[in-house]
Each structure stands twice: as structure tokens, then as C-alpha cells.
Design a protein around this ligand. Structure first.
Ligand code: ATP
Ligand code: MG
Length: 456
């Protein structure tokens, strides 16, 4: 982090200095009391289980140079304490101020699925030409985004920020903090549809990203998406489309060659030129993610050969669709999270394996509200189309998927209520020579299924 003072904090947050020194500097902004080190500004957040305010004294003991508070904190002699209305809001306000003070050209990535993958790919592309800061892992909310921004150092020349949401107003808030010059929206799916009411609602919520856009901003979207393809003319900003179905898209993929688990090759058609692109992770959906990365590289004048190199060499954030081999079993581990769209994508990867028996172990997609029944049922068709030999499900919603699969002609289906029952079942059932997809919403704890199979 670059130099900031308490005076900056007061300006950023509208807070008041309760005690201490307005010229006090700090070398980082930390919200996790366990990560406090000498010289930081500690921002205690109030969570469901913990209240960071309980650790204010401990933070000073660890050498924090200043602390924020939203409570009537006991005044400590010689300590710098700033009172704000809401520490979480202040955390974002300080990030916003810091970002504006030390600004670099910034790309944001949102969308229903593929944010983290796209973020990693396009950061790899930008890194070919610029020293690029990127969101680590999946730090895409109002806590993760400020943490990323505070990592902006003097040597950085560009930033890539993932922004996620599950309700209206969240993207607007994150975009206000991160102020992207260029925004990517990967697709409009059904994630968190319970809170947003419809795909139309999800579209509107994602488009909050453009609220502060002017003619100097660029929106990069998937032109094959029925909602995103209609974004041109919705504002004065520039819109760039990518896709695989329509050669009219600004960046277009043709001659897609799917090499199963070894990845994918395609020809990118960009401004009249044709360029070979290699993606080293499986899944046809990654063509889209690569196209988004090409568009960003193009906006930032990265030469095409460097763009191709960035895509070829990028590294995926862990716990996202990892393909591993244990005891002759190919495990497609995608247990980090699930949405209807990402289940479809992951089934496509299962189909790409060359194993004799393809097993899909799927758990409920949560936060689907009234859409749960239909969304799960409709996935039954994708189970059939991707040649699943054995379908194992856990949870209430997945019973609809099982029914959908049955109605589409899938024969071997076993359904359970709980994840634990799946674990017991797979112990005996999964054998060497199988390919197994493991996927469910986070709340289903499918890492237990993964561990059971891995440790067989
Ligand atoms: P989260 O909401 O958890 O942050 P995310 O949007 O960052 O998710 P990723 O982590 O990149 O998404 O990908 C999650 C899963 O979605 C992948 O493992 C893959 O199965 C699928 N996926 C990735 N990209 C796409 C895409 N462009 N279209 C459809 N599915 C995709
Ligand atoms: Mg993510």
C-alpha cells in the first residue's frame, strides 16, 4: 500500500478523530484482527459471529498505528482512533479514496458464471504488457474488493477486479469503489435468481456496472447472450461484443477444436485478422472466457501474439473445475459452487473425458427460490446429452433434476437427501476407470464427497 494518513481517512469517511494524530500514517488497511501487523490501520467489522471491535486493544498491542470504530470505544491514551458511522462502509470508502488517489487503468469482471476464470485469463493477458494487480481468489464482494484495492502498489500499471453480487445495488456499490474504465459482463444466467426475481432482474443488476460510465468507458459483453447482445445504445459508452455464433461480433471464434481434458484450440477473428488461440483448460465455455480476455487485451493495445501467450499460460484459481487423477479415477472437482449454467458447463467437461464410465454427482443449487423446480428439472436434458452413465444426486432440488434426467432417458439414477449419504454410497460404488464430476452449491459441502473419493 502507498502512503495514506488519518487525514485521508477523515476525508474519505467523514469520520471524526476521537484521539491521536491526524498526520499518523499507516502501511495497510486490515479488517482481519489476526492479520494485524505493525503500522496498519485496523478496521473492525461486525459479523454474525464476531465483532471486530473486541480486538481493538489486541490490534494496538500488535502494533496497529490507528483504529476505526463505530462504537463508543474506550479512549486509549496516545492511540489514534477514528469514529465512523459504519466500519464496513468506511472500509469501502477508504478503498475508493485510495483507488482514486493512486489510480491505474482498471478492468472489472462480473457476470453469472465465469468471473474468476475470466478475471485470471485477462489478468494474464494484461500482464504480458503491464504490471497488473488482480483480485486474489474469489475476493469479489464489499470486503474482498477493498482488500484487493489496498494491494495496489506504485509499480502497478493496471488492475483487474472481480465483482460479484446477490442483490440489487451491490454491483453499483462495488463499481463506485473500484471505478472500472472497462467492464466485462460474462453472461446473464440464473445464479441468485431468488433475490433478483428474473433473468431480466439479473441483467439489470449486472448493468449497474455501467451507471457511472461516460463516453470514455468500454463495456465488453458476450454477444451470444440474449440479454447482453442488446446493450449497444443503452448508454453513451462504447460496447464491444464477442461470441462464437455470429461473425458480426467484434471478436469472433471459429474452427473450435475441442481436445477434451487437454483443452481447446480455436481461431480468433479480430479486426480482419485471424489468430490461433490455445486454452489449456477443458470446457467449451472457456472459449467465451478467452474471447473476453482477447477483447480486453485489444482495448489495452496488447499485441495479438502476446494476448495468445497470456491465454496459453494463464493459471486457474484453485478449487475451480480442477481435473485430477487418483487411483485410476478421474475426478472433475467443481465442488466450490454451482449454478444451472455452470452445471451445464461442467457436464460438458465430464463428456470430454475418455473414461469408460461417466458419473455425475450433483447436489442442490441453492438460492433459486421459485425457480428451483424448473431450473433443476430442465438440467435433466443436459445430463442425457452429455452421456452420463450414472447420476448420483443429493438434496431436495436435485430430485427434480433426477426426474428430468429420467424423462430424458437416463437409466441409472440414485438420489439421496443428504451429502453424507452420497459419501457412504460412493465409497463402494466408484471404481478405477471412472470419471466423476462433483458439483453442488457451497452450502452442500461437497468437498466431503471429493475427500471420500480421493481417499478411497
Ligand atoms: P463465483 O460466483 O463463485 O465467484 P465465478 O463467476 O467466478 O463464480 P468461475 O469460478 O470462473 O465463476 O467458474 C465457476 C464454474 O462455472 C466453472 O468451474 C465452470 O464450471 C463454469 N464456467 C466458467 N466459465 C463459464 C462460462 N463462460 N459459461 C458457463 N459456465 C462457465
Ligand atoms: Mg468467482
Amino acid at each position: 500500500m502507498q502512503a495514506m494518513t488519518i487525514e485521508d481517512v477523515l476525508k474519505a469517511t467523514g469520520g471524526t478523530l476521537l484521539s491521536g494524530d491526524i498526520h499518523q500514517t499507516f502501511n495497510d488497511v486490515i479488517s482481519d484482527s489476526r492479520k494485524v501487523t505493525a503500522g496498519v490501520l485496523f478496521v473492525p467489522l461486525v459479523g454474525e459471529k464476531f465483532d471486530g471491535h473486541e480486538f481493538i486493544k489486541a490490534a494496538f498491542d500488535l502494533g496497529a498505528s490507528a483504529v476505526l470504530t463505530q462504537r463508543d470505544t474506550e479512549l486509549l491514551v496516545d492511540k489514534t482512533i477514528v469514529k465512523v458511522e459504519d466500519t464496513l462502509k468506511a472500509f469501502g470508502d477508504i478503498a475508493k479514496y485510495y483507488k482514486q488517489k493512486y489510480n491505474v487503468p482498471t478492468v472489472s469482471v462480473t457476470g453469472s458464471v465465469g468471473k474468476t476464470t475470466t478475471k485470471d485469463m485477462l489478468a494474464s493477458v494484461l500482464s504480458q504488457k503491464y504490471n497488473t494487480l488482480k483480485t486474489m481468489g474469489n475476493f469479489n464482494n464489499e470486503i474482498g474488493l477493498p482488500i484487493t484495492i489496498f494491494g495496489l502498489e506504485k509499480e502497478h500499471e493496471a488492475a483487474v477486479l472481480e465483482m460479484g453480487m446477490n442483490h440489487f445495488g451491490e454491483i453499483e456499490h462495488l463499481a463506485d469503489i473500484g471505478r472500472p474504465d472497462v467492464a466485462v459482463i460474462t453472461n446473464i444466467g440464473q445464479s441468485h435468481i431468488e433475490n433478483l426475481g428474473s433473468r431480466e432482474g439479473i441483467f439489470k443488476a449486472k448493468m449497474e456496472m455501467t451507471k457511472l460510465f461516460t463516453k470514455d468507458n468500454t463495456l465488453i459483453v458476450n454477444g451470444d447472450d440474449d440479454y447482453l447482445s442488446k446493450t449497444k445504445g443503452m448508454g453513451e459508452y462504447k460496447v464491444v461484443y464477442y461470441g462464437i455464433t455470429n461473425p458480426e461480433n467484434d471478436v469472433y471464434a471459429k474452427d473450435i477444436e475441442n481436445n477434451g481434458l487437454n483443452g481447446i484450440k480455436f481461431t480468433a477473428v479480430v479486426d480482419g485478422g485471424e489468430y490461433p488461440i490455445e486454452v489449456n483448460i477443458p470446457g467449451k465455455h472457456n472459449v467465451y472466457n478467452a474471447l473476453a480476455a482477447i477483447c480486453v487485451g485489444r482495448e489495452f493495445d496488447v499485441p495479438m501474439d502476446k494476448i495468445a501467450e497470456g491465454i496459453r499460460s494463464f493459471e486457474l484459481t484453485k478449487m475451480r473445475l480442477a481435473v485430477e487423477e487418483y487411483n485410476g479415477i478421474t475426478i472433475i472437482n467443481d465442488c466450490y459452487n454451482a449454478s444451472p449454467d455452470s452445471i451445464k458447463a461442467a457436464l460438458g467437461v465430464l463428456a470430454d473425458t475418455d473414461k469408460n464410465r461417466k458419473v455425475a454427482i450433483l447436489g442442490d443449487v441453492l438460492e433459486m427460490g421459485d425457480f428451483a423446480k424448473d431450473a433443476h428439472y430442465n438440467l435433466g436434458k443436459a445430463v442425457k446429452e452429455n452421456g452420463v452413465d450414472l447420476l448420483i444426486t443429493a438434496g431436495e432440488n436435485m430430485k427434480y433434476l433426477a426426474q428430468g434426467a429420467k424423462d430424458n432417458g437416463v437409466e441409472n439414477i440414485v438420489s439421496f437427501d443428504k451429502t453424507l449419504e452420497v459419501c457412504n454410497y460412493v465409497k463402494a460404488e466408484i471404481k478405477s476407470g471412472d470419471a466423476v464430476l462433483i458439483k453442488a452449491s457451497r452450502g452442500m459441502h461437497f468437498e466431503e464427497v471429493y475427500n471420500t473419493i480421493k481417499n478411497k
